[in-house]
Design a protein around this ligand. Structure first.
Ligand code: SF4
Length: 335
């Protein structure tokens, strides 16, 4: 931990965190648990206790395949729900009970049913950043890394109207990438055109919504050599001005393999620290004001309590698990 974290944390803090990590790792073995850590975890947690780190898609695959008795999901609730749907016989724990997400909370199962009535014959694609009851009303799931691939897959099979939920910006960016018109599905008088279209919803990520074109231009002025990478939950205007758009997985891979030396990531700010800790020869410019308040709730202390008390368990009704599984499986098959 010292070698990975000494650029970000004072030594006394690393030592305190290391003691917590030691106890978590001991309990993890004793209880036959696996710990999954999302890329947005705080650096001390990210670097110490997860058996696997990654984005939603990578961690979903691992959740489905693990033989461990307990899955501790160091991420927000919709991620832990996805793990439960994919492996319902396991005990799935989330260290912070209230770790939500503005996207997942931006749409309900009833909203999906109403959209289907308003746009009959549509195929519903839900971003994985949704709760299980919304996935249960959907035909396909997608992540930010495979959204365009899922939409292309459907268009090639003659599905013309795609209701894409719940992130307005990811829907607009995916429509632009696939060359499809975008419809504001949340507006009462919205009409879908004849032929293929993406019908979106109005939820936004409260973190990525904060980045502006002015931020991009300011970084360009001050750091002209930096490669600027933005998450597709940023607005289409921001995406137009950056060098690369991609999921957290794409960001990790790009920085690792690129010859460039300086990077700016327009995404949750722990991600910059986590990538920097793995690539000491690369410089990350960081805007550390943009921390996701939900991801920030997951700490080493709470992860330890989760293992000690077997808390907080994810419980879902059986019919929701059965119905939510299909769109996730369809996504995993495509990707
Ligand atoms: S960063 Fe945005 S999308 Fe991710 S959990 Fe936080 S609010 Fe949700």
């Amino acid at each position: 931990m010292l070698s990975r974290l000494s650029r970000f944390l004072p030594e006394f803090e690393i030592r305190l965190k290391a003691e917590l990590a030691y106890e978590i790792n001991r309990l993890k073995r004793e209880k036959n648990a696996v710990i999954l850590g999302h890329n947005y975890m705080e650096p001390a947690l990210y670097a110490s206790v997860p058996d696997y780190v990654g984005d939603s898609l990578e961690l979903s695959r691992i959740s489905a395949a693990t033989s461990a008795e307990i899955i501790v999901f160091c991420g927000v609730r919709f991620m832990a729900e996805t793990a439960k749907v994919l492996n319902p016989a396991k005990t799935v724990l989330i260290p912070a009970e209230k770790a939500g997400c503005s996207l997942a909370e931006g749409i309900t199962a009833e909203d999906v049913r109403r959209l289907r009535e308003r746009f009959p014959g549509s195929t519903v694609v839900s971003y994985v950043n949704t709760y299980a009851d919304v996935k249960a009303e959907s035909d396909y799931c997608c992540t930010s890394g495979n959204a365009a691939a899922v939409v292309r897959h459907l268009i090639e099979r003659g599905r013309e109207r795609i209701i894409f939920l719940p992130d307005e910006f990811l829907a607009r960016n995916t429509a632009a990438e696939t060359g499809l018109p975008f419809v504001k599905g949340w507006e009462p008088d919205a009409v879908a055109p004849e032929g293929p279209a993406v019908i979106g919803w109005s939820a936004r990520c409260e973190v990525h919504d904060l980045f502006s074109v002015d931020d991009v231009l300011a970084v360009r002025r001050q750091f002209p050599e930096a490669v600027i990478i933005a998450h597709p939950e940023c607005s289409p205007e921001v995406i137009e001005h950056v060098d690369i758009s991609g999921s957290t997985k794409k960001m990790v891979e790009y920085v690792r393999t690129s010859d460039a030396k300086q990077f700016m990531l327009f995404t949750e700010c722990s991600m910059g620290d986590n990538i920097a800790s793995e690539n000491p020869d690369k410089e990350m410019i960081r805007l550390c004001s943009q921390r996701c308040p939900h991801m920030a709730l997951i700490t080493l202390e709470d992860t330890l309590e989760a293992l000690r008390r077997t808390q907080y368990q994810i419980e879902l009704p059986e019919d929701i698990i059965d119905r939510a599984r299909l769109p996730i499986d369809r996504m995993l098959e495509i990707s």
